[in-house]
Design a protein around this ligand. Structure first.
Ligand code: NDP
Length: 515
């Protein structure tokens, strides 16, 4: 098997007329396909259900992008059974053959790149470049995990003792459940599904209710790539129903979850209970929310800081787990920095995602309500110096919003809003900055803009996050380059896109023979 060295895909920014034309064509073609029905996929069979979940366009919620079949308990039972049946053979496929199947899937994703981007523009309101970054990350996960999986065929070195032969080797766990969020509807679903599959597990995947169509596209690709029936099963449905059922199911071997802290805690608790007939401890991987902070000190390049803050706070409308939602700034540079931040944020264009604005809509009516509620709370807790309104029209559009003078313990400085809302906290010095930065229950991403080597080195050790960035934006982790995952209540630090990720889905067996 020939393997090209892994390199992250370049992210298309649509600067040339050719690339813009390609996207306009893809958007038109995808629009032609609105309103189709997408089945469940269980053991390779396409299963329609009575009930259907409409997936709408957040830029224009009257438009139905597609309808997904809706799984319940009996379909969940069938999907787990199909996954265990497929496991019997998939676990014994040569690793090269499994990896080759993934590489083929990555190849098909590249072929369908513009189309996949267009689906995300419509289904979740990403602008073109955000959608391109999502597809590029999905391709990266697929290639990276296909390659990483090859290393587990090597047996770990052991210490030899006289009179015995000892060996250890890695084995897949079995059939697991993947529960994904809507905010990286292709990349995260792909990574969480194909990681375990790469090393011989099988999976039942429950995509988020808001993004079942892009999930269906991933499954079309897996089928075309030749992934055997039952290795990946698709079960869209309500999280609190089919998701919860899968979590507590005795046949679920592991749970790979990305989503909110609230749901993650429930899953952690339910998965710890031994269901009747269950004969293992479920492995649970939880990648959860954040309240991510950027610190700016008086030595910083303020222009670079303002750019990094605005990119991190408002990219995809602030709906990234890594988004900057707290700006912690030293008093001495507060006014100069805020002038530049406000200036940049004010210029952001908000509009329908298909027109490729800086900011599209927030994802759903539920997100709209949450963001609106926190903006009202913010008006009590801070001084609104930019935005603070939902825009007119049927799409879920908000102005980029900034609250200044926010106390470190204010709700808008502690709770994840997941929208285009930035809370600014002033501090007297760098000690206080680090204390405030660490003063939440989360620990996902963080950043520091400073020219002080000593402070950067201190932050390197003391800033309690899974992903820390100096003098750049805090979003946009690349697969293989910045393994991603939080600490504290931001998750189990699974480190998606990292060199150890696949180990989570393997167990080691040691065999001893006495001579
Ligand atoms: P949710 O926690 O609301 O939902 C995530 C998934 O869980 C969805 O598929 C949902 O289904 C399902 N679900 C809901 N309730 C249950 C339940 N009781 N049992 C099992 N499954 C359930 O998160 P969002 O989709 O709103 O995603 C945003 C969140 O994800 C943010 O907090 C964000 O920070 C976090 N996130 C974390 C990342 C990380 O790497 N740390 C990366 C990306 C996002 P349904 O859609 O039907 O409700």
């Amino acid at each position: 098997m020939t393997v090209e060295p892994y390199r992250p895909q370049p992210i298309e920014t649509f600067q040339t007329p050719e690339k813009r034309q390609e996207m306009i064509r893809a958007l038109a073609e995808v629009r032609q396909q609105f309103g189709r029905h997408y089945p469940l996929i269980i053991g390779g069979e396409k299963v329609q259900t009575q009930a259907a979940i409409p997936s709408t366009n957040p830029s224009n919620p009257a438009e139905v992008v597609g309808y997904a079949a809706q799984a319940g308990a009996s379909e969940a039972d069938a999907a787990l059974e199909a996954a265990w049946k497929a496991f019997k053979t998939w676990k014994d496929w040569p690793q090269e053959a499994r990896s080759r199947t993934l590489l083929k899937a990555a190849h098909i994703m590249k072929r369908r790149q513009r189309e996949l981007e267009a689906w995300m523009v419509y289904e979740i309101g990403k602008n073109w470049t955000e959608a391109a970054a999502d597809v590029a990350e999905a391709i990266d996960f697929t290639i990276y995990y296909a390659q990483q999986a090859l290393k587990y065929t090597a047996k770990p070195p052991l210490v030899a003792v006289p009179g015995e032969d000892n060996e250890s080797f890695y084995m897949p766990l079995g059939a697991g459940v993947v529960i994904a969020p809507w905010n990286f509807p292709l990349a995260i679903l792909t990574g969480m599904t194909l990681g375990p599959i790469a090393v011989g597990n099988t999976v039942v995947a429950k995509p988020a209710e808001d993004t079942p169509v892009i999930a269906a596209k991933l499954f079309e690709i897996l089928e075309e790539a030749g992934l055997p029936a039952g290795v990946a099963n698709l079960l869209p449905g309500h999280g609190s129903e089919v998701g919860a059922y899968l979590v507590s199911h005795p046949k679920t071997r592991f749970i790979n979850f990305t989503g909110s802290l609230e749901v993650g805690l429930k899953i952690n608790e339910e998965a710890a209970k031994l269901a009747p007939g269950q004969t293992w401890l479920k492995r649970v991987f939880l990648e959860l929310g954040g309240k991510d902070a950027i610190i700016v000190d008086e030595t910083a390049d303020l222009e670079a800081a303002a750019l990094g803050i605005v990119q991190s706070a408002y990219g995809f409308q602030g709906q990234k787990c890594s988004a900057c939602s707290r700006l912690i700034v030293l008093e001495r540079v507060h006014d100069d920095l805020m002038e530049q931040v406000v200036e940049r944020a004010r210029k952001l264009v908000v509009g329908p995602a298909e027109e490729n604005p800086d900011m599209g809509p927030v994802a759903s009516e539920k997100q709209e309500q949450t963001v609106a509620r926190y903006i009202e709370i913010g008006k009590e807790e801070g001084q609104c110096i930019l935005g603070g309104h939902r825009l007119e029209g049927s799409g879920y559009f908000f102005e980029p919003t900034i609250f200044d003078g926010v106390a470190p313990q204010a709700r808008i400085a502690q709770e994840e809003i997941f929208g285009p809302v930035l809370s600014v906290i002033r501090v007297p010095d760098f000690d206080a900055a680090l204390e405030v930065a660490n003063g939440t229950r989360f620990g996902l991403t963080g950043g520091v803009f400073s020219r002080s080597r000593e402070r950067l080195e201190r932050a390197r050790q003391e800033f309690q996050v899974g992903n820390l960035y100096f003098n750049r934006k805090i979003t946009g982790a690349l697969v293989g380059v910045q393994p991603f995952g939080g600490s504290n209540l931001s998750g189990t630090n699974t480190k998606a896109g990292g060199p150890d990720y696949l180990m989570n889905f393997l167990h080691m067996k040691s065999v001893t023979e006495r001579f």
